[in-house]
Ligand binder design. Structure first.
Ligand code: ZN
Length: 510
């Protein structure tokens, strides 16, 4: 997600903020918006979350998660599951999801979502029940486990299925459901999260999803914790002129009886918070980076095909590849929706239709997450600094280049308000769970990377930047693994350095 918009938005809101914090936020927002090339300050108001991954494979002929032999190896989606330390009520380490096949039909007349889902998962232990995240707003009409009807209960955001499962065996849950989805309250003060996380419906009866740190459960049965990556197939049907956009590669588009069905395949596993689906009326523009990454941009047909800074998207990929190595997925895309956020949904980032969200800086930020967040994802929500610190640092490097300044100057500017962010929401790796996505997870960790760069020199620093995501392709990590890897790579003892920056109550001396 992107922070600057959030801070700008908070200026106008300020309900729970002290005047000091408000003043600091106002100052930093001014500095930030002033710094954003192509970003005009007033629109900077709305924050945007960011997200997306993808790769391609042969089209799947049916909405079954049983993929043809040789196309998708489900073992590649096996994960080391865990209970989340920040949001333990969501997700369960008993379930290791391998693939989700989601056949979704959107009815804008009634705002009804009708779903057919097949989930293949590996049980991590013997158990008598299967625990999933799913919202009671949706009514289940049938549910089987391994082909047999199974009793089940939905309570709040939990679906408990009575079915025996065996450790290390694969099981298949198939369910049919329908209802008017409702977003869940976000554990955040961000104004772009005010409508809630998960499935959102616009006044025009179009839909979008933003689900960090959770919220997938508002529209499908999921193990909604970031350590659990899985493959995805989507079959999305809506009446014309609407169509469905999702992660991955568009493998078919079929018109029949006044409806369009788009199928999408995500060929590399993703955490549930990086999944996106949007139903709406879109125009599509195809671009390509110089290195050959195909890019699809989906925008409102009543406006420009490439609003804001979206024409610069190929340049963003090229610029990032210069520092980070080859883009880690097969395709990239952007879907523009009617919100105020920006989210790095894997291979298809989800951007709100504001000038801030559509600015080149936000595109750089969300694209950077494909190396830092999407190919290597946090194993636990206490590690979201791994995503936002590096995406913010890269955004800062890009902004400094645009402004003809040094990145050190940019970091000095950010350092001026870092202490207040830390005071307000806690240390970056031990934040207040009710303030998810606050500025503290962005700026302090970005400053930390600059300090590390000065400590070890550019050559080694950029080797670290390139080699870490490549070494963790389609994986997850926590701080212990990350710190140990950097110490090994650099030959430096860095644990106390990282602890000071990420767990300290105060900003370390720079
Ligand atoms: Zn971000």
């Amino acid at each position: 997600m992107d922070p600057a918009g959030m801070m700008a938005a908070r200026i106008g809101e300020g309900t729970s903020m002290t005047s000091t914090t408000r003043a600091v936020s106002a100052l930093s927002a001014l500095l930030l918006t002033a710094a954003l090339a192509g970003c005009n300050g007033d629109a900077g108001m709305k924050p945007a979350p960011d997200a997306s991954p993808a790769a391609s494979r042969t089209p799947s002929p049916s909405p079954s998660s049983t993929t043809p032999a040789g196309t998708t190896d489900l073992a590649l989606a096996e994960s080391e599951t865990r209970e989340d330390s920040v949001y333990p009520d969501v997700g369960d380490p008993l379930v290791d999801a391998l693939s989700y096949d989601l056949d979704l039909d959107w009815n804008p007349e009634t705002d009804t979502l009708t779903g057919q889902e097949t989930l293949v998962f590996r049980a991590t232990a013997d158990a008598a029940k299967v625990p999933l995240d799913f919202n009671e707003q949706l009514q289940i009409s049938s549910l089987t486990v391994d082909g047999k009807a199974a009793e089940h209960q939905v309570d709040g955001n939990h679906l408990i299925i009575d079915a025996p499962i065996k450790a290390d065996q694969r099981h298949r849950v198939e369910l049919a459901y329908a209802g008017v989805p409702a977003p869940a309250p976000a554990p955040s003060q961000r104004t772009d999260f005010a409508t809630g996380v998960g499935w959102n419906i616009t006044d025009e009866h179009e839909t979008w999803t933003v689900q960090e740190p959770y919220g997938a459960f508002t529209w499908y049965a999921a193990n909604d914790q970031p350590a659990d990556k899985a493959f995805y197939d989507f079959s999305l049907t809506a009446p014309d002129p609407m169509q469905g956009v999702a992660n991955g590669e568009l493998t078919s588009s079929t018109k029949a009886d006044g409806t369009t069905t788009n199928t999408w395949h995500l060929a590399e596993p993703a955490s549930s918070y990086l999944v996106t689906v949007a139903f709406g009326d879109f125009q599509r523009t195809d671009l390509k980076s110089r290195s050959g990454v195909p890019i699809q941009i989906w925008t409102d047909p009543d406006g420009k095909a490439l609003p804001g800074g979206l024409a610069t998207t190929p340049d963003a990929i090229d610029w990032l590849e210069k520092y980070l190595g080859p883009y880690p997925f097969d395709t990239f895309g952007i879907v523009v929706v009617d919100n105020e956020s920006g989210m790095e949904t894997q291979t298809m980032i989800t951007l709100g239709s504001t000038s801030y969200s559509l600015s080149p800086a936000v595109v750089v930020h969300e694209a950077a997450h494909h190396w830092y967040g999407d190919t290597v994802s946090p194993a636990d929500w206490s590690e979201v600094w791994m995503n936002e610190g590096m995406a913010m640092y890269l955004q800062g490097m890009w902004e400094a280049e645009q402004e003809g300044r040094s990145v050190a100057q940019k970091m000095d500017e950010w350092a001026a308000f870092e202490t207040d962010l830390r005071d307000s929401a806690g240390p970056p790796a031990n934040y207040d769970a009710d303030k998810f996505g606050d500025g503290n997870i962005y700026y302090g960790p970005a400053l930390m990377w600059q300090e590390l760069r000065e400590k070890i020199g550019d050559k080694l620093f950029f080797e670290v930047l390139r080699e870490w995501p490549a070494s963790q392709e389609n994986g997850n990590a926590d701080r212990e693994e990350y710190w140990a890897w950097i110490e090994e790579k650099t030959g430096e003892e860095l644990t106390s350095f990282f602890e000071d920056w990420l767990l300290g109550e105060q900003t370390p001396t720079r």
